[in-house]
Ligand binder design. Structure first.
Ligand SMILES: [Zn+2]
Length: 307
């Protein structure tokens, strides 16, 4: 039997910087930035949405090589089954059992990770799926060694980001990314982060590391080094940062995720803290109230200012 495939699973809630973390990690030797693999079957294979490299996924040579290693199950079927299996209303049962019921599709899902490892020759596959039920399913697959990277961001910043209008796949795309009202963004933040902590903070079989988006912005190289060491990068692996505070991004072949995954070249690493000035007072109060205990537990303050 071949050795297990190591997967760095990014957990947490949406709009917390996981796309940026994935793209940066994808620049490291031995890492493959796969993106949100829970969407591979639907958005990738069925909808043929763009790969991180810009080509429609079915035309990307990297994914063509990976697809050759998959069993002939219709991707639309796997996608439909996943939607049912990962429903958020099943979360309470999932938190108790810490397992997603096995399914015949699991062989194809396992094959996806093995095929990525074989095609990319990467030691670490970075999967930014985040959804806690998908992480439970992934961690239970024989042949996968999962390490959990929990990326958290101030919930007021995440809620502010969820309100923004943003094209789904770059400026030319007329479709918009999903937007949520602030109460829903706050509820999702609380549920996803609480579930992540409950599931993995103390009991992740392959290990658990939590990083804050704000710490990544304040000390990018130091934070990425911590993540790389946690993921099992070779000692001394070079990081893509330049002396003037830029990160040099090359093309990745990531599935789904924030449109920023298409950015290449020297990109400044800067905190996006427009929410501190522009999030309306009532929205700020509502998000703070809905997330308060966890927000404090993760080291954030109730007010708007950093200190
Ligand atoms: Zn590609």
């Amino acid at each position: 039997m071949s050795p297990p495939v190591r997967v760095l699973f990014l957990a947490g809630s949406g709009r917390s910087g996981s796309t940026l973390v994935t793209t940066i990690l994808g620049q490291l030797d031995g890492f493959f930035a796969a993106g949100e693999l829970r969407y591979f079957w639907q958005r990738g294979l069925v909808d043929n949405r763009p790969c991180g490299c810009g080509l429609p996924l079915r035309e990307c040579p990297v994914w063509t090589g990976i697809r050759a290693g998959l069993p002939p199950i219709p991707p639309a079927d796997i996608a439909a089954h996943l939607r049912t299996r990962l429903r958020l209303k099943r979360l309470p049962a999932l938190l108790r059992r810490r397992a997603v019921a096995p399914h015949p599709d699991d062989a194809a899902i396992t094959a996806l990770y093995s095929a990525i490892a074989a095609q990319s020759e990467a030691v670490v596959i970075v999967d930014s799926s985040k959804l806690p039920p998908y992480g439970v399913l992934l961690g239970g697959l024989p042949g996968v060694e999962m390490r959990v990277l929990h990326v958290v961001r101030d919930p007021r910043a995440a809620a502010f980001s969820w309100r923004r209008k943003r094209a789904l796949d770059g400026a030319a795309d007329a479709r918009q990314m999903t937007r949520h009202p602030v109460w829903k963004a706050a509820a999702l933040w609380a549920v996803w982060n609480a579930a992540t902590i409950r599931l993995w903070a103390r009991k992740a079989p392959g290990g658990y590391l939590r990083v804050r988006y704000e710490d990544l912005m304040a000390s990018p190289a130091e934070t990425i080094r911590r993540i790389a060491d946690f993921a099992g990068a070779a000692p001394g692996t070079a990081l893509p940062f330049t002396a003037d505070g830029l990160v040099t991004l090359g093309t990745t072949h990531s599935v789904a995720g924030n449109p920023s995954r298409h950015r290449v070249g020297g990109v400044p690493v800067q905190a996006d803290d427009e929410w501190r000035r522009s999030l309306p007072r009532r929205s700020h109060a509502l998000v703070t109230a809905l997330t308060a205990p966890l927000l404090l537990g993760l080291g954030y303050r109730l007010g708007r200012r950093t200190r």
